[in-house]
Design a protein around this ligand. Structure first.
Ligand SMILES: *Cc1c(COP(=O)(O)O)cnc(C)c1O
Length: 375
């Protein structure tokens, strides 16, 4: 059951608004930044939690021709929406799953010699072809320094011996994060040498952050994810992307606290003077990290109520969090609260919680009502 799409706004504790027009605008911005390189879209993990179906549809209609997912089932879902797009499955190919890829014309990103052998054997034995009659596609992932997935030079030599059995349309690698400039330079050097062995394949290295690195070659295809969804690909500098996500909840109850009264199960916070607090219908199960709990040393989270920034008080519970609305105007049950949005960006929210924006995005939307702002 797809619970998320069945929750109506009046039933929901939180409402997640996804601005599809902003996702498309971000893709267009990245296209301009990337010049001659093709701008693909990474839509793994349900498009970073925002909904693979609507996101792929919006980008496909805007002209996006290449999608990256992590798993075959995600590729199958994307294929249903984008019949003629190139779809790459990043996490390689598990044993005995080759038919899944062939059935939906998905290109496995082959990361090891056993995977190359599997795919080669399947293609040779079945003689299957793409709808256009060509050899089935594949990508090679090259290992250049992250030591997670990918082919070392000797693996690549082995793979090249089998590469006549399918069509290696792409060679790719994944870079370290921007702050590791020296490591990246080494990675690019290794990539350069290895990719020469497959001169006809297109090349791809850049994720969102790498697109904005100075003097970074973008090659033929770029693979942004986070930036499409409004995350800042240039940490520490102004965000060139448009915000995409708004997470809102409601005030369930307002109360006045006497000095010394405590809030929440953990009883960690006590009012110093009279305070007016509002209990909000959202918690960790809606993707608000527990680490946004206000502690003695930490700032904790904040929400926007009636245009005012209201700090969280007490702990973030599974379903509830209280905020101090003493300084806001008149507040009543049912008032809308911004948890993430124009005033509190994904990156701010994540930084306050001490986690990455990626983690925040993919955790949202477990039990919200999702609303899509169309083009
Ligand atoms: C997730 C992923 C991307 C997208 O990364 P962002 O930082 O979200 O832009 C690109 N390439 C690979 C291999 C990935 O796994």
């Amino acid at each position: 059951m797809d619970l998320a799409t069945e929750v109506t706004p009046s039933e929901a504790g939180t409402i997640l608004t996804v601005d599809l027009a902003a996702i498309v605008a971000n893709w267009q911005t990245l296209r301009v930044v990337c010049g001659d390189a093709e701008c693909a879209a990474v839509v793994k993990a349900d498009a970073y939690g925002l909904g693979l179906g609507p996101v792929v549809k919006a980008l496909y209609e805007a002209g996006c021709k290449t999608f990256f997912v992590a798993h075959a089932f995600e590729g199958r879902a994307a294929r249903a929406i984008a019949p003629d797009a190139a779809i790459f499955v990043l996490n390689g190919m598990r044993p005995n799953t080759a038919p899944l890829y062939a059935d939906f014309n998905l290109a496995p990103v082959l990361c090891s010699v056993p995977e190359i052998e599997d795919w080669g054997q399947y293609c040779a034995v079945t003689g299957r072809r793409t709808p256009e009659g060509g050899l089935l596609p594949a990508a090679f992932r090259l290992e250049t320094g992250l030591n997670q997935l990918g082919l070392k030079p000797y693996d690549l030599e082995h793979g090249i011996h089998l590469s006549h059995l399918f069509d290696v349309t792409l060679v790719m690698t994944q870079l370290a994060r921007a702050e590791h400039g020296e490591a990246i330079a080494k990675q690019i050097e290794k990539f350069e040498i290895m990719r020469m062995r497959l001169p006809k394949a297109r090349a791809s290295i850049a994720n969102s952050g790498a697109i904005f690195l100075e003097a970074n070659p973008l090659y033929d295809v770029v693979r942004p994810g986070y930036a499409l969804y409004g995350g800042n690909p240039t940490p520490g500098r102004p965000n060139p992307m448009k915000p995409v996500v708004r997470l809102e909840s409601q005030v369930i109850q307002v109360r006045i606290l006497e000095p010394g009264e405590r809030v929440g199960e953990d009883q960690g916070w006590a009012a110093r003077g009279p305070r007016r607090i509002s209990t909000i219908s959202a918690g960790t199960a809606d993707g608000i990290p527990q680490s946004l709990t206000k502690t003695k040393n930490g700032a904790g989270g904040a929400a926007i109520v009636q245009g005012k920034r209201c700090p969280y008080i007490g702990g973030v519970g599974m379903d509830l969090v209280a905020v101090d609305t003493s300084d806001s105007g008149y507040i009543e049950r049912g008032d809308i609260v911004e948890l993430i949005g124009p005033s509190i960006t994904i990156d701010d929210f994540a930084a306050a919680a001490g986690v990455s924006g990626y983690e925040i995005l993919t955790r949202l939307g477990q039990r919200c009502h999702r609303r899509y702002q169309k083009l």
